[in-house]
Design a binder for this molecule. Structure first.
Ligand code: ZN
Length: 277
């Protein structure tokens, strides 16, 4: 399956972490100047300003917010720590509402020494505990399955199927899935899970980057689209066939790319977006 080629930037959103050296004002100015209409905001860049000021800065730039990253990290050994996580997720929901983000992306969490099924149960319970707050704020919650290399301490939710199981347990239109090609490209069930997510209206977000076969770091060596081995066009075709018509969000953590002039980096991203997404 192959996607219709992208010929413009109308569905391009860039994560602030992709241009980590920039603060929020610099990101907004430069994305807008480059004709990039969407921004996904990481909490580190709003925390220096406060959510209200960040919201007005973004509104002034004319950019549309695709999402707030990130909430989650629900599992913990003590009830007090689990409650702390729930409170932090409610704060993230408030921040999302303040900046006009329709959803909070969840990196669900895992704790070394806790069996993964127990962690997934705590994730489900943690999301459930945030739902009334999310409903009142009008903010959705997108579970992002993370590559299994992160199962020890970042996320016990490692496949689209595991994310779907949580969605099915909670049965709430506010709960869905953020599909990041970096995390799920290898999964033989991917096409079928995308089809099911389309059917269940749970496909909330689509993140792109690439997997470098000679990856040098598990967190900060993502490739620009075209630098790796992911069939990004094929996955985009599948998500669009499943009814997804939202943002194509570029999310790249890369020491190598952060070391560049960030305006140059942004123009490389735009070119790669047209060629490889
Ligand atoms: Zn992502």
């Amino acid at each position: 399956m192959s996607a219709q080629p992208l010929t413009d930037f109308s569905r391009l959103a860039v994560h602030t972490f992709t241009t980590k050296p920039w603060n929020l004002a610099q990101a907004c100015d430069n994305y807008a100047a480059a004709g990039i209409p969407g921004i996904t905001v990481w909490r580190n860049v709003i925390e220096e300003l406060g959510a209200e000021a960040a919201g007005s800065l973004i509104r002034k730039s004319g950019l549309e917010v695709a999402a707030l990253c990130r909430g989650g990290f629900f599992p913990a050994f003590s009830a007090a720590d689990r409650q702390k996580a729930i409170d932090d997720n409610k704060l993230a929901i408030d921040q999302a509402a303040a900046i006009g983000a329709p959803m909070v992306v969840l990196v669900c969490g895992a704790v070394v020494g806790m069996p993964l099924p127990e962690a997934r149960k705590q994730v489900t319970d943690g999301i459930a505990a945030c739902l009334d707050h999310a409903r009142a704020a009008g903010v959705k919650l997108a579970i992002e399955p993370l590559h299994p290399m992160y199962a020890a301490d970042r996320s016990a939710v490692n496949t689209m199927g595991q994310a779907r199981a949580i969605c099915e347990a909670l049965q709430d239109p506010l709960v869905g899935i953020a599909l990041d090609v970096y995390h799920v490209w290898w999964d033989e069930a991917l096409s079928e899970e995308i089809r099911l997510a389309g059917e269940q209206n749970t496909l909330f977000a689509f993140h792109v980057c690439d997997w470098r076969p000679d990856t040098r770091h598990l967190l900060t060596d993502r490739g620009l689209m075209g630098e790796g081995c992911i069939d990004i066009k094929g996955i985009r075709a599948a998500v669009e066939a499943a009814g997804f018509n939202g943002w194509n969000e570029v999310e790249i953590f890369s020491e190598a790319h952060w070391a560049k002039d960030q305006r140059q980096w942004l123009s490389e991203i735009k070119q790669a977006y047209l060629n490889y997404v």
